[in-house]
Design a protein around this ligand. Structure first.
Ligand code: ASP
Length: 418
């Protein structure tokens, strides 16, 4: 049986087991199976940083083409930003169109707020980090690369690996060959490790989903049904509409093939809610199942896992308008434009780990003068929305990598003809 089929069975079995535990009001039992899921996520995270460092170093040392590197980076960042801005805008338009906040009258709102007070106190998001452009740029350069590696800070690790990879192109060719050989061997070993850990995936997905469903407050889902449906609906439209079109037109690949070959990546994103945890499997799948160039994959995917969050952008857009509607705050066109801008930046600043999107949402609300208490209102459905937006975040990275990869290949073909 194929791995993604097994993962899917794990997911369905997890839903059934979780629902059964919730019905029997025995949600606490889920705590006994969850550690298996946590171990799995930890194992994947353990591989992510070494894999990124080794593959970026190997790819740049082998590239020896600074211009190509710059082009790949520019294309990827441009597509990331355009997709995120479009995603927030669509979220805002849909929330204005369907007005999910209007269905929530004062009585319902108070009931939800009372019901989640305890929970929201526990999960109250920390103040959103605010950073200027210069601080952002400075943060890209690690003062101590080993500290960045140890802390798992993706962007400084990318910068250091890129620079060291480039430096390898400047040393004596014989030595460079030896380094390349070593990096290649390390890369192969890390990929083998990813494949080994993925053997656990079906059981881990079962454990994670059982825990989520068993503890999920279904009464929140009912009260916030319209809001959740609009958010997930826009996400589905973006995934199967926008990215499918982009994959077909710009990536020259059938969307069916794209989604089928990356189905285990999508299922994993849904079950773990963490772009970072899915990164190793995404890198291996994009290279081996979709034939993308290792140089492009190892550069675009880690960058995307850190800055490209189109699912989070949609969530920010819909949530901002929804909360404004519930609290009766009329948003001018100017304020909505501000939401597009801050939500895009907030999504860039969202780390690829579970539940961070709701923290960065406070930045968006603050900038448009929308009451921050609104966050307490939507916490009840946070987890399920996090699972969905992570799928979009991750698949958006893979789609961008494919588009950049195919455009580079077209360029190489054109150049070899002339
Ligand atoms: N969980 C998301 C991710 O890892 C980030 C978010 O909370 O929006 O991609």
């Amino acid at each position: 049986m194929k791995l993604h089929t097994k993962i899917f069975i794990g997911l369905l079995a997890g839903i059934a087991a979780g629902a059964l535990l919730a019905m029997l009001q025995a949600g606490a039992v889920a705590a006994y199976v969850k550690p298996l899921g946590d171990i799995f996520i930890q194992l994947l995270k353990m591989i992510a940083i070494p894999l990124i460092a080794v593959s970026i170093m190997g790819a740049t040392a082998g590239f020896a083409d600074l211009k190509k590197l710059g082009r790949v980076g520019l294309k990827a960042v441009a597509f990331f930003l355009a997709s995120m801005a479009l995603a927030v805008s669509l979220g805002i338009v849909a929330a204005n169109l369907f007005q999910p906040g209007k269905s929530l009258d004062a009585a319902k709102r108070e009931a939800i707020q009372a019901g989640i007070q305890a929970e929201s106190r526990r999960q109250q998001p920390a103040a959103a980090p605010r950073a200027g452009a210069s601080e952002f740029l400075l943060a890209l350069i690690p003062t101590n690369p080993f500290a960045a590696l140890a802390a798992g800070d993706m962007l400084p690790v990318i910068t250091f690996s890129l620079l060291l990879g480039l430096a390898f192109t400047l040393i004596a060719p014989a030595k460079r060959e030896r380094v390349l050989e070593l990096l290649d061997a390390l890369n192969d070993a890390l990929v083998a490790l990813v494949k080994g850990v993925m053997g656990l995936a079906p059981y881990a997905v079962f454990a994670l989903i059982t825990a989520v469903i068993a503890q999920f407050g279904f009464h929140f889902l009912l009260a916030l049904l319209e809001y959740a449906l609009v958010t997930v609906g826009v996400m589905a439209f973006f995934l199967f509409g926008y990215y499918s079109l982009a994959v077909a037109l710009l990536g020259g690949t059938s969307p069916l093939t794209f989604f089928r070959r990356l189905s285990s990546v999508g299922l994993l994103a849904f079950s773990t809610s963490s772009s970072n945890a899915v990164l190793p499997e995404n890198m291996v799948s994009c290279e081996q199942k979709l034939g993308m160039d290792r140089g492009v994959v190892s550069f675009v995917l880690p960058l995307g896992a850190t800055i490209n969050m189109s699912g989070t952008s949609i969530y920010h857009g819909v949530s901002a308008v929804f909360i404004a509607q519930v609290f009766g705050v009329a948003l001018s066109l100017q304020q909505q434009a501000l939401v597009v801008l801050t939500a895009t930046l907030a999504a860039v600043g969202t780390a690829g780990i579970p539940g961070i999107g709701i923290v960065t949402l406070s930045m968006v609300l603050g900038s448009a003068g929308i009451p921050l208490e609104g966050i307490g209102l939507i916490i009840g459905v946070e987890r399920i929305l996090d699972m969905c937006r992570t799928v979009l975040n991750v698949m958006g990275d893979s789609a961008t990598a494919l588009i950049v990869d195919r455009s580079e290949k077209r360029r190489e073909r054109r150049r070899s003809w002339v």
